[in-house]
Design a protein around this ligand. Structure first.
Ligand code: Q0Z
Length: 298
């Protein structure tokens, strides 16, 4: 039996393949982006770490909402159609009808949320108290949907616009589920020394009309992770995962347009260590143990 995989989509650092009528394969690469540019140097294990994190969160949020994960691919595909190099970073998922909105939840004021607040005193139409500083914790997490842009820059929209796009009942459900997912994950991560500033969920609908959590979830690529021990409002906190890369890039003459420079070995290794550390803090176990228990690399 030979499985053929039709390539469906390329993301900045991931690939999506069709696997039969109702399934997809999502492959997380070791590519890393910084300042919106994908760098030429891969970060070893990054794809496996992000996949392991999504798997961790999917298992711990099933009571809030079902998710699309069927299995994490471990060794060869049948007939060796692809090699074992994809092991641990490939998810077989159920194909969904994705909602045409990005479900963003913010617990802290950063990025476009901070810019919106500076300009208008509100974020996506949600009014906030006066006098807040960059990176301040919000009085309560807020749901700030965005539209999916083809250029990778999602556009913030109001609740009314999002309601129009998905319908009122589905909107209310998406908001409730997204806030519950964020609250669950942010509380756990905070106990592990990581602040999840904000995050983006992709929700879809299955063949029975049920809302399902898709894509990757609660990873450093879909969220802003901050180290809790150096958290200080008033300026943009360091990124848990990309800080070495950004700090080093700032010492270069690079103008932040493609192609980006090759990263030196110590920056690559420090960054790989931070990704593994994010997994280890959140999952409470070593990344090497996780991989050997899964049978990856065996
Ligand atoms: C996810 C994306 C990636 C490029 C479509 N379960 C699903 N059903 C239907 N569609 C998707 C999913 Cl996850 C879906 N994306 C985002 C992922 C590469 C784009 F790995 N697009």
């Amino acid at each position: 039996m030979t499985v053929t995989l039709d390539h469906v989509a390329t993301g900045k650092v991931r690939e999506l393949y069709r696997a039969g009528d109702d399934r997809l394969l999502m492959v997380a690469s070791d590519r890393i982006s910084a300042f919106d540019v994908v760098l030429p140097t891969p970060v070893p294990d990054k794809g496996r770490v992000l996949t392991a994190l999504s798997r961790f969160w999917f298992a711990r949020t099933q009571d809030i909402v079902p998710n699309h994960l069927v299995s994490v691919h471990l060794r060869d595909f049948p007939e060796g159609a692809r090699g074992p190099e994809l092991a641990g970073r490939t998810m077989l998922v159920r194909r969904l009808e994705m909602l045409p909105i990005e479900c963003v939840v913010r617990g802290y004021l950063a990025g476009s949320g901070w810019k919106d607040y500076r300009a208008n005193g509100e974020v996506c139409g949600v009014p906030l108290p006066q006098g807040m500083q960059e990176a301040d914790r919000l009085p309560a997490p807020i749901f700030t949907p965005a539209t999916k842009a083809t250029d990778g820059h999602d556009q913030n929209i109001t609740a009314a616009q999002a309601r129009e796009l998905v319908g009122p009942a589905r909107y209310d459900e998406a908001e409730r589920v997204s806030l519950a997912l964020y609250e669950r994950a942010a509380a756990h991560a905070r106990d592990c020394g990581i602040i999840i500033c904000d995050t983006k969920f992709e929700l879809g609908v299955d063949g029975d009309g049920r809302l399902v959590l898709g894509d990757e979830a609660l990873t450093p690529d879909s969220s802003r992770f901050w180290p809790a021990d150096s958290y200080a409002p008033g300026s943009s906190p360091p990124s848990f995962d990309k800080q070495y890369v950004r700090d080093w890039l700032e010492t270069q003459s690079w103008d932040k347009t493609p192609p980006g420079p090759e990263l030196p070995r110590e920056v690559v290794e420090g960054t790989a260590r931070r990704y593994r550390e994010a997994f280890e803090r959140i999952a409470g176990r070593s990344f090497a143990d996780e991989m050997s228990e899964l049978g990856v690399g065996a």
